[in-house]
Design a protein around this ligand. Structure first.
Ligand code: VGL
Ligand code: ZN
Length: 229
């Protein structure tokens, strides 16, 4: 079991991001088993759930003449427009049926304000409206964040960068994540995360390999050796 100050955050493992869903991430459902396995190693687990009202302004269908994956200007900056997805209470918004982490103590729902999208588990896309997760982690003394889930190039990446900026030691467990667009991974995710956030791969939870060794600290080596080998 991990240390008391470690928390696993499982991002948006919901039907709409899995095969057959409205905004399916290629291989999204493949993270479920590993997320379950990792979940058993963490005393502290938080799940997030993308949770939009019908007619959400991140949906292309809410903008006359716009198609999914085009961009529009919101008051807070450019916003990609998505197919309708993760509508509150819909089957698509439910967690994947095989996600099995019953001891997860908190579910953070995000993107529930009609006018603001929220990729990050910490701040909505205006980078000002907090979800409350930062306060929860601080109050509970959870200072080391491990991220898994969907999608690497959106919700996982934005959550990782915000976690780091909020002062949490942050690690993305990459084989427990899948990306919507693997070219974006090279262009944005890797460049942005390099040097800020630890990236590991666990070979299905059997061991841990660091993907960015620069700046890695000895404590993390020790943690990984204990937990994954
Ligand atoms: C996400 C696009 C829109 C995600 C959520 O979970 O990565 N992507 N809403
Ligand atoms: Zn969304």
């Amino acid at each position: 079991m991990n240390s008391e100050s470690d928390v696993l955050i499982v991002i948006d493992v919901q039907n709409d991001f899995c095969a057959g869903g409205a905004l399916a991430v290629p291989g999204g459902e493949a993270v479920v088993e590993l997320a379950n396995r990792l979940g058993r190693r963490f005393a502290n687990v938080v799940l997030t759930q993308d949770w939009h009202p019908a007619g959400h302004l991140s949906f292309a269908s809410s903008h006359e003449g716009k198609a999914p994956f085009e961009t529009t200007d919101m008051p807070y900056g450019p916003q990609v427009l998505w197919p309708d997805h993760c509508v509150q209470g819909s089957a698509g918004a439910a967690f994947h049926r095989n996600l099995d982490i019953p001891h997860a103590a908190l579910v953070v729902r995000k993107g529930f304000r009609l006018e603001i999208d929220s990729y990050s588990a910490f701040f909505e896309n205006d980078h000002a409206t907090a979800t409350g997760l930062g306060g929860y982690l601080r109050e509970r003394g959870l200072s080391r964040v491990y991220l898994s889930g969907l999608a690497t190039d959106f919700c996982v990446q934005f959550s990782a960068l915000d976690a780091r900026e909020q002062g949490f030691e942050t690690t993305v467990i990459e084989d427990a994540c899948r990306a919507g667009d693997n070219e974006e991974i090279d262009d944005r995710y890797l460049k942005k995360l390099r040097g800020e956030v630890y990236r590991v791969e666990t070979d299905d939870g059997t061991k841990a390999r660091m993907l960015n060794l620069d700046g890695m600290r000895e404590r993390l080596y020790r943690f990984l050796a204990e937990k994954f080998v």
